[in-house]
Ligand binder design. Structure first.
Ligand SMILES: [Zn+2]
Ligand SMILES: [Zn+2]
Length: 343
Protein backbone atom coordinates (compact mmCIF):
# COMPACT_ATOMS: atom_id res chain seq x y z
CA UNK A 1 0.00 0.00 0.00
CA UNK A 2 1.40 3.39 -0.96
CA UNK A 3 1.73 6.35 1.41
CA UNK A 4 -1.23 8.75 1.73
CA UNK A 5 -1.40 11.48 -0.90
CA UNK A 6 -1.36 14.17 1.78
CA UNK A 7 -0.02 13.99 5.28
CA UNK A 8 0.15 16.40 8.21
CA UNK A 9 3.63 17.64 9.22
CA UNK A 10 4.92 20.35 11.57
CA UNK A 11 5.01 22.78 8.64
CA UNK A 12 1.53 21.95 7.35
CA UNK A 13 -0.33 19.65 4.98
CA UNK A 14 2.30 17.94 2.79
CA UNK A 15 2.15 15.98 -0.44
CA UNK A 16 5.22 13.66 -0.43
CA UNK A 17 4.82 12.53 -4.06
CA UNK A 18 4.66 16.15 -5.30
CA UNK A 19 6.98 17.64 -2.67
CA UNK A 20 4.72 20.60 -1.92
CA UNK A 21 2.69 21.93 0.98
CA UNK A 22 -0.85 23.32 0.96
CA UNK A 23 -1.22 26.56 2.99
CA UNK A 24 1.86 25.79 5.15
CA UNK A 25 2.27 27.65 8.45
CA UNK A 26 6.06 27.46 8.27
CA UNK A 27 8.29 28.54 5.38
CA UNK A 28 8.74 25.71 2.85
CA UNK A 29 10.24 25.36 -0.62
CA UNK A 30 6.95 25.04 -2.50
CA UNK A 31 3.61 26.28 -1.13
CA UNK A 32 0.27 25.83 -2.89
CA UNK A 33 -2.07 28.52 -1.58
CA UNK A 34 -5.86 28.15 -1.37
CA UNK A 35 -6.43 31.88 -0.77
CA UNK A 36 -4.82 35.06 0.51
CA UNK A 37 -6.28 35.29 4.04
CA UNK A 38 -3.50 35.61 6.62
CA UNK A 39 -4.00 32.20 8.23
CA UNK A 40 -3.63 30.42 4.88
CA UNK A 41 -1.03 32.54 3.08
CA UNK A 42 2.02 33.04 5.27
CA UNK A 43 5.21 34.77 4.15
CA UNK A 44 8.68 33.21 3.92
CA UNK A 45 8.27 30.29 1.52
CA UNK A 46 10.62 30.05 -1.48
CA UNK A 47 7.79 29.75 -4.02
CA UNK A 48 4.02 29.95 -4.15
CA UNK A 49 1.40 28.60 -6.51
CA UNK A 50 -1.97 30.40 -6.63
CA UNK A 51 -5.07 30.43 -8.78
CA UNK A 52 -4.59 33.11 -11.42
CA UNK A 53 -7.47 35.24 -10.07
CA UNK A 54 -5.83 35.30 -6.64
CA UNK A 55 -2.36 36.47 -7.60
CA UNK A 56 -3.00 40.17 -7.12
CA UNK A 57 -4.43 39.86 -3.59
CA UNK A 58 -1.76 37.28 -2.67
CA UNK A 59 0.95 39.66 -3.89
CA UNK A 60 -0.51 42.31 -1.58
CA UNK A 61 -0.22 39.86 1.33
CA UNK A 62 3.28 38.51 0.54
CA UNK A 63 5.03 41.60 -0.80
CA UNK A 64 6.84 42.46 -4.02
CA UNK A 65 9.64 39.87 -3.78
CA UNK A 66 7.62 36.68 -3.27
CA UNK A 67 7.91 34.16 -6.09
CA UNK A 68 4.27 33.55 -7.12
CA UNK A 69 3.26 31.29 -10.01
CA UNK A 70 -0.29 31.43 -11.37
CA UNK A 71 -2.47 28.54 -12.49
CA UNK A 72 -5.84 29.21 -14.18
CA UNK A 73 -8.81 27.39 -12.62
CA UNK A 74 -9.20 23.93 -14.11
CA UNK A 75 -5.74 23.71 -15.73
CA UNK A 76 -3.67 20.71 -14.70
CA UNK A 77 -0.02 20.82 -13.68
CA UNK A 78 2.16 17.77 -13.22
CA UNK A 79 4.27 18.21 -10.08
CA UNK A 80 6.71 15.29 -9.86
CA UNK A 81 4.46 12.27 -9.20
CA UNK A 82 1.05 13.95 -8.94
CA UNK A 83 -1.34 15.95 -11.07
CA UNK A 84 -2.56 19.16 -9.46
CA UNK A 85 -5.38 21.52 -10.41
CA UNK A 86 -7.18 24.41 -8.72
CA UNK A 87 -10.96 24.92 -8.69
CA UNK A 88 -13.16 27.79 -7.46
CA UNK A 89 -14.02 27.72 -3.74
CA UNK A 90 -16.41 30.71 -3.75
CA UNK A 91 -14.79 32.15 -0.61
CA UNK A 92 -12.98 35.32 -1.79
CA UNK A 93 -11.38 36.46 -5.05
CA UNK A 94 -9.01 33.75 -6.32
CA UNK A 95 -9.89 31.23 -3.60
CA UNK A 96 -9.25 27.68 -4.72
CA UNK A 97 -9.81 24.08 -3.81
CA UNK A 98 -6.72 22.01 -4.50
CA UNK A 99 -7.27 18.76 -6.41
CA UNK A 100 -4.42 16.26 -6.20
CA UNK A 101 -4.41 13.04 -8.22
CA UNK A 102 -2.08 10.08 -8.23
CA UNK A 103 -2.83 6.98 -10.28
CA UNK A 104 -6.58 7.57 -10.28
CA UNK A 105 -6.83 8.40 -6.58
CA UNK A 106 -8.17 11.92 -5.99
CA UNK A 107 -7.97 14.15 -2.92
CA UNK A 108 -9.49 17.63 -2.75
CA UNK A 109 -8.51 20.22 -0.13
CA UNK A 110 -11.28 22.80 0.12
CA UNK A 111 -9.45 25.64 1.85
CA UNK A 112 -12.22 27.97 3.06
CA UNK A 113 -15.37 27.90 0.97
CA UNK A 114 -18.94 29.10 0.74
CA UNK A 115 -21.93 28.18 -1.36
CA UNK A 116 -23.85 31.49 -1.04
CA UNK A 117 -23.78 33.78 -4.10
CA UNK A 118 -21.01 36.39 -4.31
CA UNK A 119 -20.56 38.60 -7.38
CA UNK A 120 -16.90 39.23 -6.52
CA UNK A 121 -15.61 35.68 -7.02
CA UNK A 122 -16.25 32.51 -9.01
CA UNK A 123 -18.85 30.21 -7.37
CA UNK A 124 -17.86 27.06 -5.47
CA UNK A 125 -17.56 24.05 -7.77
CA UNK A 126 -18.00 20.62 -6.23
CA UNK A 127 -15.20 18.30 -7.40
CA UNK A 128 -15.61 14.51 -7.32
CA UNK A 129 -12.98 12.90 -5.15
CA UNK A 130 -12.21 9.97 -2.88
CA UNK A 131 -10.98 12.05 0.06
CA UNK A 132 -12.28 15.55 0.79
CA UNK A 133 -10.58 17.85 3.29
CA UNK A 134 -13.27 20.25 4.48
CA UNK A 135 -13.25 23.23 6.78
CA UNK A 136 -15.95 23.39 9.45
CA UNK A 137 -15.87 26.98 10.72
CA UNK A 138 -19.66 27.04 11.00
CA UNK A 139 -20.11 23.26 11.29
CA UNK A 140 -23.04 23.20 13.69
CA UNK A 141 -26.74 22.89 12.79
CA UNK A 142 -27.48 26.30 14.39
CA UNK A 143 -25.59 28.04 11.58
CA UNK A 144 -28.00 28.76 8.73
CA UNK A 145 -27.50 31.98 6.84
CA UNK A 146 -30.45 34.21 6.00
CA UNK A 147 -30.87 35.09 2.33
CA UNK A 148 -28.25 37.59 1.24
CA UNK A 149 -30.93 39.94 -0.11
CA UNK A 150 -32.48 40.17 3.36
CA UNK A 151 -29.13 41.25 4.84
CA UNK A 152 -28.61 43.93 2.21
CA UNK A 153 -32.10 45.27 2.89
CA UNK A 154 -31.16 45.53 6.58
CA UNK A 155 -27.93 47.35 5.77
CA UNK A 156 -29.72 49.78 3.44
CA UNK A 157 -32.43 50.47 6.04
CA UNK A 158 -29.74 51.12 8.68
CA UNK A 159 -27.97 53.53 6.29
CA UNK A 160 -31.20 55.45 5.60
CA UNK A 161 -32.11 55.66 9.31
CA UNK A 162 -28.70 57.12 10.07
CA UNK A 163 -28.99 59.64 7.24
CA UNK A 164 -32.28 60.88 8.69
CA UNK A 165 -30.61 61.77 11.97
CA UNK A 166 -27.42 63.11 10.38
CA UNK A 167 -25.12 60.23 11.36
CA UNK A 168 -22.47 58.63 9.20
CA UNK A 169 -22.86 54.86 8.73
CA UNK A 170 -19.74 52.80 9.34
CA UNK A 171 -19.78 49.16 8.32
CA UNK A 172 -16.96 47.15 9.88
CA UNK A 173 -16.07 44.14 7.77
CA UNK A 174 -12.91 42.18 7.05
CA UNK A 175 -10.94 44.10 4.42
CA UNK A 176 -10.22 41.16 2.09
CA UNK A 177 -13.31 39.55 0.63
CA UNK A 178 -16.10 40.58 2.97
CA UNK A 179 -15.77 44.31 2.32
CA UNK A 180 -15.83 43.83 -1.48
CA UNK A 181 -18.81 41.51 -1.31
CA UNK A 182 -20.74 44.12 0.68
CA UNK A 183 -19.61 46.90 -1.63
CA UNK A 184 -20.81 44.97 -4.69
CA UNK A 185 -24.28 44.57 -3.13
CA UNK A 186 -24.83 48.16 -1.96
CA UNK A 187 -27.47 50.42 -3.49
CA UNK A 188 -25.36 53.37 -4.61
CA UNK A 189 -28.44 55.60 -5.07
CA UNK A 190 -28.73 55.94 -1.27
CA UNK A 191 -25.55 57.97 -0.84
CA UNK A 192 -21.79 58.13 -1.35
CA UNK A 193 -19.51 55.26 -0.30
CA UNK A 194 -16.15 55.87 1.39
CA UNK A 195 -13.46 53.36 2.31
CA UNK A 196 -10.73 53.02 4.93
CA UNK A 197 -7.23 52.61 3.41
CA UNK A 198 -7.06 48.86 4.16
CA UNK A 199 -10.31 48.27 2.30
CA UNK A 200 -9.37 50.65 -0.49
CA UNK A 201 -6.12 48.85 -1.30
CA UNK A 202 -7.96 45.51 -1.55
CA UNK A 203 -10.62 47.14 -3.75
CA UNK A 204 -7.83 48.19 -6.11
CA UNK A 205 -6.60 44.58 -6.32
CA UNK A 206 -10.12 43.40 -7.12
CA UNK A 207 -10.60 46.05 -9.78
CA UNK A 208 -7.27 45.26 -11.46
CA UNK A 209 -8.32 41.58 -11.56
CA UNK A 210 -11.45 42.62 -13.48
CA UNK A 211 -14.07 42.60 -10.71
CA UNK A 212 -16.42 45.56 -11.08
CA UNK A 213 -17.16 47.41 -7.85
CA UNK A 214 -19.20 50.59 -7.33
CA UNK A 215 -17.21 53.85 -7.16
CA UNK A 216 -15.71 54.64 -3.76
CA UNK A 217 -13.67 57.45 -2.21
CA UNK A 218 -10.74 56.96 0.14
CA UNK A 219 -11.11 58.54 3.58
CA UNK A 220 -8.14 60.84 4.15
CA UNK A 221 -7.23 63.30 6.84
CA UNK A 222 -8.25 66.09 4.50
CA UNK A 223 -11.81 64.78 3.98
CA UNK A 224 -14.20 67.17 5.74
CA UNK A 225 -16.51 65.56 8.31
CA UNK A 226 -19.58 67.00 6.59
CA UNK A 227 -18.89 64.66 3.67
CA UNK A 228 -19.77 61.66 5.84
CA UNK A 229 -23.23 62.50 7.17
CA UNK A 230 -25.00 60.86 4.21
CA UNK A 231 -22.24 58.35 3.50
CA UNK A 232 -21.59 54.70 4.18
CA UNK A 233 -17.98 54.03 5.17
CA UNK A 234 -16.41 50.57 4.88
CA UNK A 235 -13.66 49.91 7.41
CA UNK A 236 -11.82 46.89 8.85
CA UNK A 237 -13.01 45.73 12.31
CA UNK A 238 -9.78 46.85 13.98
CA UNK A 239 -10.40 50.48 12.92
CA UNK A 240 -13.28 50.50 15.37
CA UNK A 241 -10.97 51.01 18.34
CA UNK A 242 -8.49 53.27 16.60
CA UNK A 243 -8.19 57.08 16.45
CA UNK A 244 -9.03 56.78 12.77
CA UNK A 245 -12.78 56.91 13.56
CA UNK A 246 -12.38 60.49 14.89
CA UNK A 247 -12.12 61.65 11.30
CA UNK A 248 -15.69 60.61 10.71
CA UNK A 249 -17.56 62.73 13.25
CA UNK A 250 -20.69 61.18 14.77
CA UNK A 251 -21.49 57.78 13.37
CA UNK A 252 -23.47 54.61 13.89
CA UNK A 253 -21.54 51.39 13.45
CA UNK A 254 -22.52 47.98 12.16
CA UNK A 255 -20.49 44.78 12.13
CA UNK A 256 -20.78 42.17 9.37
CA UNK A 257 -19.86 38.58 10.20
CA UNK A 258 -21.28 35.08 10.39
CA UNK A 259 -20.70 35.30 14.14
CA UNK A 260 -23.42 37.96 14.34
CA UNK A 261 -25.88 35.07 14.33
CA UNK A 262 -24.86 34.44 17.93
CA UNK A 263 -26.26 36.93 20.41
CA UNK A 264 -23.16 36.80 22.63
CA UNK A 265 -20.87 37.80 19.80
CA UNK A 266 -23.01 40.86 19.16
CA UNK A 267 -23.04 41.84 22.81
CA UNK A 268 -19.26 41.62 23.18
CA UNK A 269 -18.71 44.30 20.58
CA UNK A 270 -19.55 47.93 21.04
CA UNK A 271 -21.55 48.24 17.86
CA UNK A 272 -25.09 49.27 17.32
CA UNK A 273 -25.93 46.60 14.80
CA UNK A 274 -24.83 43.18 13.62
CA UNK A 275 -25.41 41.83 10.12
CA UNK A 276 -25.15 38.12 9.37
CA UNK A 277 -23.08 37.68 6.24
CA UNK A 278 -20.26 35.16 6.10
CA UNK A 279 -17.64 34.13 3.60
CA UNK A 280 -17.91 30.54 4.88
CA UNK A 281 -20.51 27.87 4.18
CA UNK A 282 -23.26 27.41 6.76
CA UNK A 283 -24.29 23.97 8.05
CA UNK A 284 -26.53 23.06 5.07
CA UNK A 285 -23.86 24.44 2.70
CA UNK A 286 -21.14 22.28 4.26
CA UNK A 287 -23.27 19.14 4.14
CA UNK A 288 -24.44 19.62 0.55
CA UNK A 289 -20.88 20.40 -0.58
CA UNK A 290 -19.45 17.32 1.11
CA UNK A 291 -22.17 15.16 -0.41
CA UNK A 292 -21.61 16.61 -3.90
CA UNK A 293 -17.95 15.51 -3.86
CA UNK A 294 -19.04 11.88 -3.56
CA UNK A 295 -16.11 11.39 -1.17
CA UNK A 296 -16.18 8.30 1.01
CA UNK A 297 -13.56 9.75 3.32
CA UNK A 298 -13.76 13.24 4.81
CA UNK A 299 -11.08 14.97 6.86
CA UNK A 300 -12.40 17.88 8.89
CA UNK A 301 -10.24 20.91 9.76
CA UNK A 302 -10.70 24.22 11.53
CA UNK A 303 -13.97 24.83 13.29
CA UNK A 304 -16.38 22.34 14.84
CA UNK A 305 -14.38 19.20 14.11
CA UNK A 306 -15.94 16.82 16.65
CA UNK A 307 -19.66 17.31 15.88
CA UNK A 308 -18.98 17.37 12.14
CA UNK A 309 -16.93 14.15 12.24
CA UNK A 310 -19.64 12.48 14.30
CA UNK A 311 -22.42 13.59 11.96
CA UNK A 312 -20.53 12.30 8.90
CA UNK A 313 -19.83 8.95 10.57
CA UNK A 314 -23.51 8.57 11.35
CA UNK A 315 -24.11 9.06 7.62
CA UNK A 316 -21.82 6.10 6.94
CA UNK A 317 -18.75 8.02 5.79
CA UNK A 318 -15.23 7.54 7.04
CA UNK A 319 -14.46 10.81 8.83
CA UNK A 320 -11.54 12.08 10.88
CA UNK A 321 -10.42 15.36 12.39
CA UNK A 322 -7.31 17.04 11.04
CA UNK A 323 -5.60 19.47 13.42
CA UNK A 324 -4.38 22.39 11.32
CA UNK A 325 -3.50 25.93 12.37
CA UNK A 326 -6.15 27.69 10.31
CA UNK A 327 -8.51 30.06 12.02
CA UNK A 328 -12.22 30.52 11.60
CA UNK A 329 -13.91 33.57 10.19
CA UNK A 330 -11.37 36.31 10.66
CA UNK A 331 -12.33 39.13 12.94
CA UNK A 332 -10.67 42.18 14.40
CA UNK A 333 -7.99 40.26 16.34
CA UNK A 334 -6.41 38.54 13.37
CA UNK A 335 -6.57 41.69 11.34
CA UNK A 336 -4.74 43.88 13.83
CA UNK A 337 -1.36 43.89 12.12
CA UNK A 338 -2.85 44.58 8.74
CA UNK A 339 -4.67 47.75 9.77
CA UNK A 340 -1.52 49.10 11.37
CA UNK A 341 0.27 49.02 8.05
CA UNK A 342 -2.68 50.30 6.04
CA UNK A 343 -4.07 53.36 7.74
ZN1 LIG B 1 -10.39 32.54 4.51
ZN1 LIG C 1 -9.51 29.73 7.08
Amino acid sequence: MSAPLLTLTDAGLYCPDGDFFIDPWQPVSRAVITHAHADHARPGSASYLSAQDGVSVLRHRLGPYAQIDALPYGDTQQIIGVRLSLHPAGHILGSAQVRVERGGEVWVVSGDYKTAPDPTCRPFEPIRCHTFVTESTFGLPIYRWPAEQEIFEQIHAFWRENQEVGLATVIFAYSLGKAQRILAGLDTSIGPIYCHGAVDSMNQRYRETGISLPPTTLVTEETHKDAFCRALILAPPSAQRSPWTRRLGDYAGGFVSGWMLIRGARRRRVVERGFVLSDHADWPGLLSSIEATGAQRVLVTHGHIVPMVQWLREKGLEAHGLQTRFEGELDEVSEESESKTNV
